[in-house]
Design a protein around this ligand. Structure first.
Ligand SMILES: Nc1nc2c(ncn2[C@@H]2O[C@H](COP(=O)(O)OP(=O)(O)O)[C@@H](O)[C@H]2O)c(=O)[nH]1
Ligand SMILES: [Mg+2]
Length: 236
């Protein structure tokens, strides 16, 4: 692995059943990278499990937030935490094992020539495994809708397995981010695209979680419908 210092940011809300497996998967492929869990007041054993890991691995950190405010705020807090350190890259990763840590090796290689690396489900050799038909359709149609409204060529605007160079994150106006849920991923990518950063996508296969529950709800899905229109108007 290269020397470019990376912070892997993992937002968590009630992910106790996944934390230990996630940690050992990450360590197989990224033995020396720092990990920051951003926990929004999980009510299960998530924090205890993270504390056990921290006792043994000083490269693991936790940012404790008091209440659940959505992944956008969790990630923004994580980025700000990382910007206070000397990290060169910020890697986003879900806690539920949907983002296979094996891809971290490929991402590492792509850092040489890019500033933003997006794992894309919607490329040849990419895909979605085990997700129910409704979620598949919501995500697939959502991506098509976004591409159309935003006139943006990126193939996977809503995916959450992305890596950002420090300069990109520090130049984006994080305080202007209006989204709360998954559409935040598109807002961030659209801002980076508009600013002309070097972005690449590579194919990956998303795996639906096997343990714990999704936190998505109809409020988050409906935000995904109106927020792109706002994003489009804002950039005119
Ligand atoms: N800190 C924090 N993490 C969250 C929140 N909502 C979801 N997450 C985490 O974000 C990741 C993706 O959430 P998930 O529910 O799996 O979304 P889905 O894959 O779209 O169904 C998981 O690691 C969740 O634990 C939140 O409000 N705060
Ligand atoms: Mg998930």
């Amino acid at each position: 692995m290269s020397q470019r210092k990376t912070l892997i940011i993992v937002p968590t809300f009630n992910e106790a059943e996944n934390i230990l497996d996630l940690y050992s998967n990450i360590r197989k492929y990224a033995p020396y990278q720092d990990i920051l869990f951003v926990d929004d007041g999980s009510a299960d054993d998530t924090r205890d499990n993270i504390a056990e890991i921290i006792k043994k691995d000083q490269r693991v950190h936790i940012l404790k937030r008091s209440k659940k405010e959505g992944i956008a705020k969790a990630y923004i807090s994580g980025f700000l935490w990382g910007l206070n350190g000397d990290y060169e890259w910020f890697q986003q990763m879900d806690a539920d094992l949907s983002h296979d840590a094996a891809y971290l090796e490929e991402i590492e290689k792509l850092k040489k020539e890019n500033q933003v690396i997006i794992a894309s489900r919607y490329m040849k050799k990419g895909g979605v495994e085990k997700r129910n038909f409704f979620r598949r359709m919501v995500t697939f149609l959502g991506c098509r809708y976004l591409k159309f409204i935003l006139q943006c060529p990126l193939k996977d605007l809503t995916g959450g397995f992305n890596c950002w160079q420090r300069d990109v994150i520090s130049s984006l106006s994080l305080e202007e981010i209006a989204s709360r849920g998954f559409i935040f991923q598109a807002e961030l990518k659209f801002m980076a695209y508009k600013k002309g950063f070097k972005i690449t996508e590579f194919p990956y296969v998303f795996k639906e979680r096997q343990k714990g529950h999704s936190k998505i709800d109809y409020r988050i899905i409906s935000e995904g419908l109106f927020m792109p229109i706002f994003m489009n108007l804002r950039c005119r």
